[in-house]
Design a protein around this ligand. Structure first.
Ligand code: ZN
Length: 298
């Protein structure tokens, strides 16, 4: 998804509030914009950057009747689906890692990080799933300086080449990466690389040419932050063939979505998605035919 879409979406914000009750009865206070949980042996905090509405007209490869049915099943009137932008902080022994950075200063990432007790200086590494504006916008502040002064930014080599290999398309990415590059805090990886101890890059190419996920070893669990595998959860789990207008390679995007659904369901990964309903963490299971269901962990 691209950042500009959310300028309007922000004005239509939805408020989320919940109290998480741990299995042993201890209640953790959860503010509206963040959600703390434990996945295996890892502490994970989902951070809400934005929420709003997304029109069904952005979907492709699916007939209108199926979209209408999906909306009815989800109790949604009309053709606008609730939409979300989430980022995730994972506490590793080596320090705090942030997966994606949201839309930037006009959105809520910084405010909600602060609410969760996390300061920008605490973030040691930023893992980017891809270079769309709603994922890289938060790398810099309004003056163009690094918003995370101690972080090293990690990006996929194919994504870097697609956006920064010349031409106009990479203007926002260039501005976002330059402050990190200039202090040697910008590093490229290839799919399969172990980026940090216990964190591997998973090739999920399609939505963009270098779109990746991050697979965290979490003791008894595996945790996969999968970026933009799903934009409209209400439709795309049931109909993985549904594409999104922002997909650079739609056919490859569909193929990748089907593969990662099958894999995550089989291996019982806990998954986290940038556009899944906040907090955006859950599990995928096989349903009928090509369909899957998504169950949030909360
Ligand atoms: Zn996106």
């Amino acid at each position: 998804m691209q950042g500009y879409h959310f300028c309007l979406a922000l004005a239509l914000g939805i408020v989320f509030g919940a109290a998480l009750v741990m299995p042993h009865g201890q209640a953790l206070a959860q503010a509206t914009g963040f959600f703390k949980t434990k996945i295996g042996n890892l502490d994970v905090t989902a951070i809400s950057d934005a929420s709003g509405q997304m029109g069904a007209s952005l979907l492709g490869g699916i007939d209108n009747e199926k979209i209408t049915q999906a909306a009815i099943q989800a109790g949604i009137q009309g053709k606008d689906f609730p939409s979300f932008v989430n980022a995730f902080v994972v506490d590793l022994p080596s320090g705090k890692v942030l997966v994606d950075t949201g839309n930037g200063p006009s959105a809520n990432l910084m405010k909600n990080l602060a609410a969760a007790g996390i300061s920008p200086g605490d973030i040691q590494a930023i893992l980017l799933t891809h270079f769309h504006g709603d994922h890289i916008g938060g790398l810099i502040d309004t003056s163009g300086k690094a918003a995370f002064p101690n972080a090293t930014v990690y990006a996929d080599v194919a994504e870097d080449k697609y956006w920064l290999g010349g031409g106009d398309r990479g203007q926002q990415a260039k501005k976002a990466m330059d402050p990190y590059k200039s202090v040697d805090r910008y590093k490229l990886f290839s799919p399969g690389d172990e980026i940090l101890p216990g964190v591997k890059a998973a090739e999920l190419y399609g939505h963009t040419p270098g779109h990746v996920g991050f697979l965290f070893e979490a003791g008894s669990e595996d945790f996969l932050a999968w970026g933009d595998i799903v934009h409209i959860a209400y439709v795309q789990f049931k109909h993985p063939e549904a594409t999104m207008s922002y997909d650079v390679d739609k056919a490859k995007g569909v193929e990748t979505r089907k593969k990662v659904f099958a894999d995550s369901s089989e291996k019982k990964h806990v998954v986290a998605g940038a556009h899944l309903p906040f907090p955006g963490i859950g599990r995928v299971s096989k349903s009928e035919g090509e369909s899957y269901t998504y169950k949030p962990i909360n």
